[in-house]
Design a binder for this molecule. Sequence first.
Ligand code: GLN
Ligand code: ZN
Length: 748
Amino acid sequence: MTTETMTLGYARMGKHREIKKALEAFWHGGLETDTLLATVQEIEAHGWKTQLDAGIDRIAVGDQTLYDQGLDWAIRLGLIPDRFQGLNSLDRYFAMARGKDGIPALEMTKWFDTNYHYLVPEIEVAIAPQADFRDFLETVQQSQAVLADRATPVVLSPVTLLSLSRRDSSVDLIKDLAQLLPLYRELLTQLKALGITEVQIHDPILVTSSASSLQAAVTQTYQQLAAVGLPIHLATYFDDLGDVYGWVTQLPVAGISLDFTRGNNLELVKNHGFPEDKTLGAGLVDGRNIWKIRPDHGLATLKELQSIAPDLRVQPSASLQFVPHDAALETQLPAPLRGVLSFAEQKLGEVTFLARTLNGKDTTPQQAQMQQQWRAFEQFNPPNPVVQNALKKLTVQDFQRSLSHSLRLDQQVQLPPLPTTTIGSFPQTPEVRQLRVRYKKGELSPADYQAAIDAHIADCIKVQEEIGLDVLVHGEFERTDMVEYFGQQLDGFAFTKNGWVQSYGSRCVRPPIIYGDVSRPQPMTVREFGVAQSLTQKPVKGMLTAPITILNWSFPRADISRRDQAFQIALALRQEIADLGAAGAQIIQVDEPALREGLPLKVQRWSEYLSWAVDAFRLATAIAQPQIQIHTHMCYCEFGDIIKDIERLDADVISIENSRSNNRTLQEVTAAGYAHQIGNGIYDIHSPVIPTTEQLVQQLQVGMQNLPLKQLWVNPDCGLKTRRWEEVVPALKNMVAATKALREDISV
Ligand code: GLN
Ligand code: ZN
């Protein structure tokens, strides 16, 4: 049987972020609607053409979006919350995405364990779902004109959609599903009428721990949809099917895609077999990382699979929206590194290479070339013996501070009750950003650049003293980004020029690439800390980003475990913490906002992950003398369920988001009997609204009702870099005033 090739979605921002630029120009009134839509169509069509030219047999279509596919499907299904009624078409679309005139947008959250954010559909009891698939069907027709039979529409499964929605949890999911299924049937009927020969239904919820409770809903869905008579390819990705493998593979669908780059799908297929009457979509090319395949490894797996499931397709493991467009654009990178990078375009070539080889074509020259590229890379990037040795020699003591929290507290900096501080960054004004750009372009000498940064630090210290904060920060003016800044100073990291991936809407990120053993050639933050501390009697916090956040917001290596990479980063940070301590830092904050989002999709794998993730934090920080107070910061995470692991970080103080979660986080922490200190984020820095002293007093009182006074700190809920000084100064003044008012109450 001939092995075909397939995709599950394509990179969608444009090689030069054309969609980002068009969207932002449109929002600022500088672009007509037609031009915006034409740009999106052009990028989409370019993606089709690229996949067609690469020779992909089944090309995913309809995955492009103006902002987000969660929003697209919510709108197509008429799931439009009441507050947006009265608005129409694009106006409504962007209101739901970004809010408008005080109408809050849909909530945004991470798409499974990726760094992509989707908009959370809201299922209101009063909404009667109502279909409007015109935009989707039009796109499908356009794609047919280019791709003919290869066009394979991508539809988001109603079960995944409902599972990810905000809905009244007392209503049975099956009940909501019953409202949606007729609409989905209508859609499939229309696709069939257009001459479509297969539809992909994406159901990633099936790889999560919720899957086992969804059997009835999923079975009902595929039974009803299969009845339409359009062959369905059920796509899963991001992890294996685990416990639900048995019944999922029995669903009435024509094919199933499995991810063979994450989890244990290979074992499952080997142990349980795969139904003869179904196509297996073998996701062998990692859709979420940027490394070229090792040809021998890929081919071996493929042959193994073929012996079990002869009707096979080769494909990326997920949509290629999670990788940048084209590694060939990265001409500034050393050739041996570029040789082993694979972005969306290169991945298409890998998919067809694997299929051609399996189909008996002679691909030996290509295989030899890939092997040669990997050899060249290994020569260019040998292991670092110092790092390797350090890792081997780790002992239990390396993860353990010399005194326990309760014993070391007395030795640490003494502060008034309810100490006030901020999370680290202060406004990144256009002037500050200009400074970094000019320095990067070589228009400023290092000395001039540092002098300019130091002037900002000096201003920032002065402002904080005037406001009356107890613990100061230097302001992070030298940092573009909390991960990039460290990556750029560490060995083992590379940076792309065009390696953008969509984060949400028009926002793109350019994740650093970890390619080699990580080490720290020299101190990274000590100079700026020293400048700041020299200007004040108050303690200034040293400010670092923790290992898991650096790891999760980068493209990791594929040849060593994530744990080992986290430990390497931790060792580099450990040296930095030692240096900060030697430079006189009394407090060091190590931000770990990504800890929770790194949790595996299957709950049974949490403890394994948390074990090394928390160890990495401890490895970095345990070097600190007992006198040094270690802080950490986490934003927007609900962590009631991992509170014991948070405790095991052994940070002396943790600052958390609290204002937006209505104190839920605080209550969870309290309920769990958390014994360390907590900076209870008392106002939302994402809003331009300046909180009043009275509001802040109230927030503080909530904190005091929940936790003993000696455990409480006072701070905003995240860094202030996105705010303006005119907002920051009065807000912080009110925060200090509120704190002082309460301190007086206490002392009476
Ligand atoms: N220290 C960082 C800042 O203030 C923390 C950022 C974050 O939590 N995402 O900007
Ligand atoms: Zn934060």
